[in-house]
Design a protein around this ligand. Structure first.
Ligand code: KG4
Ligand code: ZN
Length: 347
């Protein structure tokens, strides 16, 4: 029996089935992540129907494993948290249904969590002080979003991509280069032996003075540099000798834009703290360049620990803050799969 309160968190918004047990002081007692990348690898991206079916098969074993690793029984739980937005509709529904069932049968509060806010919250896990207020940046396979974060329960979107997300661009460029999925880690490894200066890549929207991103043009630039322009002479595969240099050139261009927009956000918001999370925040080149920028700008930089960058359930510990703010969901709670996009025309 635990003297302190613990909650079980469930995350199934995309292609990871995850569960974690987290104490009310933020200590992670267990975190289980069952990745599905082997199921989606041959398609070069996540196939929603395959993802939701795999969640159905895995969710109960993953929850059991999380409870076991935490040496905790269902009766010890004070609350159940689950990601309900944004994400793939079928995948989110699997997690929400499991969470509602647990909430109802154990008569414990249900807390619904925003996946992106949780990615930012992950930057503060293990830190002694609160990360708020801060400029928040979530760079993942689905999002490239900048936020004005006043508290865990108040994050306002201030910038986002107009087309592909940064992680999506890593995945698509990896496919062009014949590198395995997920593309981010593959490109990072290939780039280590490459020379970025061999190719000149665009830096999309770098000088707009706005917090918007675009990656589809950069992706096309890589395609043309790798295979030639469309027509009878376009190659079917990228020549092996070009792969490392193209990976390095793409990574440099992407990292430069991401870091520049973070700098702009911090300056516009006049905050002295920047928090960066999401799968792309695992990229070492990006982390190094962010740190240089933060030192120059004299701001505090908190990048999520590596294990909490990519999708996991432990970051749903944000639910403790939501609970304190009285944000308890009912069994009527539904999923909100929609993509989060900033409407620059309205600003
Ligand atoms: O946060 P995440 O696990 O899932 C989403 O919410 O999308 O992010 C997954 C994304 C993928 O696009 C993957 O290629 C990218 O994060 N990623 C990376 C790295 N590790 C994962 N991108 C660049 N460099 C990495 N080391
Ligand atoms: Zn994510």
């Amino acid at each position: 029996m635990h003297a302190v309160r613990v909650l079980l968190a469930i995350e199934s918004s995309c292609d990871e089935t995850a569960a974690a047990v987290v104490r009310d002081d933020g200590t992670i007692l267990s975190s289980i992540v069952a990745s599905q990348f082997e199921l989606h690898q041959e398609f070069g991206g996540v196939v929603p129907e395959i993802a939701s079916r795999a969640h159905v098969r895995r969710i109960l074993p993953v929850i059991d494993a999380a409870l076991k690793q935490a040496a905790c029984s269902a009766a010890d739980l004070s609350a159940i948290a689950v990601t309900t937005e944004p994400g793939l509709v079928g995948s989110l529904l699997v997690g929400l249904t499991a969470a509602k069932t647990i909430s109802m049968s154990l008569r414990i509060p249900l807390v619904t969590v925003n996946h992106i806010e949780a990615h930012i919250y992950a930057c503060g896990m293990g830190q002694p002080a609160s990360i708020y207020p801060c400029a928040g940046f979530v760079v993942s396979g689905g999002h490239t979003n900048l936020y004005d974060c006043r508290s865990a329960t108040s994050c306002q979107l201030i910038g986002s991509t107009t087309d592909d997300a940064a992680g999506e661009a890593f995945d698509k460029v990896a496919k062009i280069l014949g590198l395995p999925y997920p593309g981010g880690p593959s490109i990072q490894t290939a780039a280590l032996t490459g020379d970025a200066s061999k190719y000149k890549m665009p830096r999309p929207l770098l000088h707009t003075g706005r917090l918007d991103f675009s990656f589809s043009g950069l992706k096309t630039a890589v395609l043309y540099a790798a295979r030639g322009v469309p027509g009878p002479n376009q190659l079917k595969h990228t020549p092996v000798e070009s792969v490392a240099n193209l990976a390095a050139a793409f990574q440099e261009a992407t990292v430069e834009v991401l870091v520049a927009k973070c700098r702009l956000a911090v300056r516009q918001l006049r905050y002295s703290r920047l928090c960066v999370g999401g799968g792309v925040a695992a990229n070492q080149r990006f982390r190094d360049e962010l740190q240089k920028m933060a030192t120059n700008e004299r701001i505090e930089l908190l990048v999520a620990p590596l294990a909490l960058c990519t999708d996991n359930a432990a970051m749903a510990a944000i639910a403790w803050d939501l609970l304190k703010a009285g944000r308890i969901a009912t069994l009527e709670a539904d999923v909100l799969p929609g993509l989060v996009r900033h409407d620059f025309k309205r600003v």
